[in-house]
Design a protein around this ligand. Structure first.
Ligand code: Q9C
Ligand code: ZN
Length: 356
């Protein structure tokens, strides 16, 4: 299996995040990529390939994200430094447009004009500080998923986008949960445009990150050509999305499927629910499958509360293999550096070989 990488993915390196009221080291680090790469390379099962620097990433990102959001991400850090921000530091939101104070903006569909206003407007939490290098890495991350998607559309061969920052929390015009561009959504739009049948080309997105992919859900909520299926922790971050009742809207109704699971979920129960999600995808019969691959479901993940073991990742890979679709795996979360490499490798090998 080909694995796409880009060294610019490692430039984004915020020094800290605010978690449970504490300033803690940023969990979403470049070391995550390094550990996974070390676990995948060396024995010929995976071929590491550089993403294509000639891809016009912004053009493809515009199929998913609003132009004002993209321009904000590109310019915010420079504007902040002009206003006196620390060039070595990171830009955090401080004031959010809570619905209880935004009547004027909601009715007129206005974006705030001040930088501080925009910084709250285009972000929903404290997990997405912007540094001098953030936008470079955001582009690189999408470039990796586009390069892997192109491999799928050209060869039909499944591929893995080994990229960061992750994407599934990022919506049309909002960053959050370590995510800025929604890499799987950008890849899905790319695959639809590249394939002969254009927008009728059905895509299924299977999200097995520990957290609900609120951004992916939002982007495709009214779209019947993309089925979104997510397994995630109920009652955990991002708190306001991911219920079973969210089934899509308008023409997209019935094409959004959430499987919220309790804290402490173990291998057997997880795979049982995964089989249900996979059944939904089988019935939809997509041309391509995209997997939002997070291993923060692991028992020793520092921010997740499921209890999956490494053996379970082989079974997950095997269950996904059962769909027999050209499959694009895109990295999302997973924060235990000692096991992230082994767990990702075990899942991909389960998919390749079908052995548990
Ligand atoms: N109290 C991904 O796995 N902070 N993002 C959670 C919980 C943000 C996770 C706070 C977690 C984001 C891609
Ligand atoms: Zn996650």
């Amino acid at each position: 299996m080909k694995v796409f990488v880009d060294e610019e993915c490692s430039l984004h390196r915020p020094p800290y995040e605010i978690l449970s009221g504490k300033i803690v080291a940023y969990h979403e680090t470049p070391d995550r990529l390094l550990q996974i790469r070390l676990a995948l390379e060396g024995d010929g099962v995976f071929q590491i390939e550089d993403a294509d620097r000639s891809i016009d990433v912004q053009r493809h990102a515009l199929q998913v994200h609003s132009v004002d959001y993209i321009e904000y991400l590109e310019s915010a850090f420079g504007l902040w430094v002009e206003e006196g921000g620390d060039p070595e530091g990171s830009l955090f939101p401080e004031t959010f447009p809570n619905a209880k104070i935004t009547q004027r903006f909601a009715t007129a569909n206005l974006a705030p004009r001040s930088l501080a206003g925009k910084t709250g407007y285009y972000c929903f939490d404290l997990s997405c500080p912007i540094t001098a290098d953030t936008y470079t890495s955001v582009l690189a991350s999408a470039r990796v998923s586009l390069s892997a998607a192109r491999e799928l559309s050209r060869s039909g061969e499944s591929a893995f986008a080994l990229s960061r920052p992750p994407g599934h929390h990022a919506g049309t015009s909002v960053a959050g949960g370590y995510c800025f561009f929604n890499n799987v959504a950008i890849a899905a739009k790319y695959l639809q445009q590249e394939s002969e049948c254009s927008t009728c080309c059905g895509i299924a997105i299977l999200d097995i990150d520990y957290h609900h992919g609120n951004g992916t859900q939002e982007i495709f909520y009214s779209d019947s050509s993309v089925t979104y299926v997510s397994l995630h922790a109920e009652l955990d971050y991002p708190y306001f999305t991911g219920s079973r009742e969210e089934r899509g809207d308008g023409p997209g109704e019935g094409f959004n499927h959430n499987f919220p699971l309790p804290f402490g979920t173990e291998d057997g129960a997880y795979c049982g629910e995964l089989r249900k999600g996979v059944k939904v995808i089988k019935e939809f019969d997509p041309a391509y499958l995209i997997v939002s691959l997070g291993v923060d479901t692991f028992e020793s993940d520092p921010i997740g509360a499921f209890k999956l073991t490494t053996a379970c990742y082989a079974e997950i890979g095997c269950i996904i293999r059962g769909l027999s679709k050209p499959t694009l795996f895109v990295l999302e979360g997973g924060y235990d550096l000692d096991t992230i490499g082994k767990n990702v490798r075990t899942l991909l090998e389960g998919f390749i070989t079908g052995a548990v």
